[in-house]
Write a protein that binds this ligand. Structure first.
Ligand code: ZN
Length: 186
């Protein structure tokens, strides 16, 4: 009996045990045993070196100095072509990209790119330049971001002012204007 059949039959036994009206300690022991049987059957499964399919009929073949364990299909193909065409391992696209570590970029001096300003940095900067509390800057920023269609600076300022009034935020008008200008430029 093949390993796959074995696994299936053993799993079936497990299911039967689980479906018993009253499962006992002995059943638990049986389950453990069944599960180890399943495990060893899975470990015995052999896959084809070429296509990776798991088959009960894996043959070890050597053709033109290349040996491989092959499934029926692949061994036939190999015999027909006279060689075992082992596929070259695919280059993974997920290979980690070279990190832009400063030590390696010494060789070719590049313009140091400033990382984009994080919202927090932006808020801190606006707070420093306008004197508006950071929590309020955050709310201004939110209002600013919620503008669905981009407007010019003047309209944006008018809009934000209105929203600020509605939200009953206490922000100095000049500071507010400056803040919106900064947000606009960010
Ligand atoms: Zn194969």
């Amino acid at each position: 009996m093949g390993n796959l059949d074995n696994i299936q039959k053993t799993a079936q036994k497990l299911i039967v045990l689980c479906q018993k009206e009253k499962t006992t300690k002995t059943d638990k022991e049986k389950m453990l045993q069944l599960q180890s049987e399943i495990l060893s059957s899975i470990e015995r499964l052999t896959e084809c070196d070429l296509c990776g399919s798991i088959s009960e009929l894996i043959v070890k073949m050597t053709l033109a100095d290349v040996s491989a364990q092959l499934c029926k299909e692949c061994s036939i193909k190999s015999i027909q072509s006279g060689k075992i065409q082992k596929s070259t391992p695919r280059k993974r696209s997920s290979t980690p990209k070279k990190q832009n570590s400063p030590s390696t970029s010494n060789s070719k001096p590049k313009e140091i790119e400033k990382p984009p300003e994080s919202p927090l940095e932006l808020h801190t900067r606006i707070e420093a330049q306008t004197g508006i509390k950071k929590t309020d800057v955050k709310r201004l920023h939110k209002i600013f971001q919620d503008i669905a269609t981009p407007m010019n600076l003047d309209n944006t300022i008018t809009y934000v002012k209105k929203e600020v009034e509605l939200a009953k935020l206490k922000v100095d008008e000049k500071a507010l204007q400056k803040a919106v200008e900064l947000l606009f430029a960010a």
